[in-house]
Write a protein that binds this ligand. Structure first.
Ligand SMILES: Nc1ncnc2c1ncn2[C@@H]1O[C@H](COP(=O)(O)OS(=O)(=O)O)[C@@H](OP(=O)(O)O)[C@H]1O
Length: 340
């Protein structure tokens, strides 16, 4: 594997978050300087890169990933809109994929001692984001499981051209917004002021949010799931909440690991549901003490886990405005959401 040298940048001409987020190569610094930027949610700025908004360190990780990642046919990606059920979907996918080696009812199941983000690492944070050399992925046990928030169009060509599987989840934009806003204020550096609800809401409605606009993110995977249903499975948080058993069976079939009749009669599906439930995961020691990604506390990943909590925050005029945005941006597709 080749290695890339990342030079430490000592300038104030981009923004301080670049220094905070780590080292950038000269090439990436030049690239970032050329991009449109706007105020960020938990970094001073976010940058418009390949049609979506993200932070400098993410841009560097994504460009390295795009250049170097070689997909394998057996790879599985858990792709998500941030704050739409990523942690839950990673846990469910891991449990399904590994149930021959890790029995769901085992007291030593990895999901009892590791946060799902450690078991299914993010491409743009953990796999490429923390390295100043290109990571050697050749020794990872197959099938490899990765997570990502990267929009479909920006996945590496090797993924788009391969037979690997992508499980995607999104969530109604009202709850996704509240989850994103509360999370951003919990994990932002103390140097940044608290982001108020109204300001964050305007940014969200204008598409200015990490990996947004959210409508483009959803439509990219939605369209691909229709074109290549064997490769992209499109899920919604609300549907999973409503009937998880049905969706677990769908996921297992999509991942070529259907539940056998014996497994069904032994209650394997119900045990996966319990193992990955909000209450179970929130109660684990690892999820109260550990950290993930860039040292964010695991406990912030588990807030309420409900459909409809937005109604405790948004005014009628905000609801009207976001409904209009959703209609305008997604109305032409047959993609819609249950919001309560
Ligand atoms: N097991 C389980 N079941 C149902 N819901 C769950 C579960 N785990 C996390 N959550 C809720 O998901 C929201 C966090 O979203 P993500 O996991 O996508 O966050 S992240 O993008 O990975 O940071 C966040 O939603 P809100 O509670 O509405 O903020 C979490 O509470």
């Amino acid at each position: 594997m080749s290695s890339t040298k990342f030079a430490k940048i000592h300038t104030m001409d981009i923004d301080e978050s670049i220094e905070e987020q780590g080292q950038l190569s000269q090439e990436n610094k030049k690239l970032i300087l050329s991009l449109p930027r706007e105020k960020g949610w938990r970094t001073p700025y976010i940058y418009l890169f390949q049609g979506f908004w993200c932070q400098p360190a993410e841009i560097q990780a994504i460009t390295t990933f795009q250049k170097h990642f070689q997909a394998k046919e057996s790879d599985v990606f858990v792709a998500t809109v941030p704050k739409s059920g990523t942690t839950w979907l990673k846990a469910l996918t891991y449990a399904i994929m590994n149930r021959q080696n890790h029995f769901i009812s085992s007291k030593n199941h990895p999901l009892l001692s590791f946060n799902p983000h450690d078991l299914v690492p993010f491409i743009e944070y953990t796999v490429y984001g923390k390295h100043d050399t290109i990571p050697d992925l050749s020794k990872i046990h197959e099938p490899r499981l990765f997570g990502t928030h990267i929009p479909f169009d920006s996945l590496s060509n090797s993924i788009k051209g391969s037979n690997c599987k992508i499980v995607y989840i999104c969530r109604n934009p009202f709850d996704t917004f509240i989850s994103s806003w509360t999370f951003a204020n919990k994990i932002k550096p103390p140097s940044l002021p608290t982001l108020n609800l109204e300001e964050a809401f305007e940014m969200y409605c204008n598409g200015l949010v990490g990996f947004g606009p959210f409508w483009n993110h959803m439509l990219g995977y939605w369209n691909e799931s229709k074109e290549r249903p064997k490769n992209v499975l499109f899920l919604k948080y609300e549907d999973m909440k409503e009937d998880l058993k049905f969706h677990l069976k769908k996921m297992a079939e999509f991942l070529d690991r259907p539940f056998t009749l014996e497994e069904e009669s032994e209650g394997v599906i119900e045990n996966i549901i319990k193992l990955c439930s909000f209450e179970k995961m929130k109660g684990l020691e690892i999820n109260n003490t550990g950290t993930f990604g860039r040292n964010f506390e695991n406990k912030f990943l588990f807030r309420k886990g409900e459909v409809g909590d937005w109604s405790n925050y948004l005014s009628p005029s905000m609801v009207e405005k976001l409904s209009k945005v959703i209609e305008e941006k997604l109305g032409g597709s047959d993609l819609n959401f249950r919001v309560k």
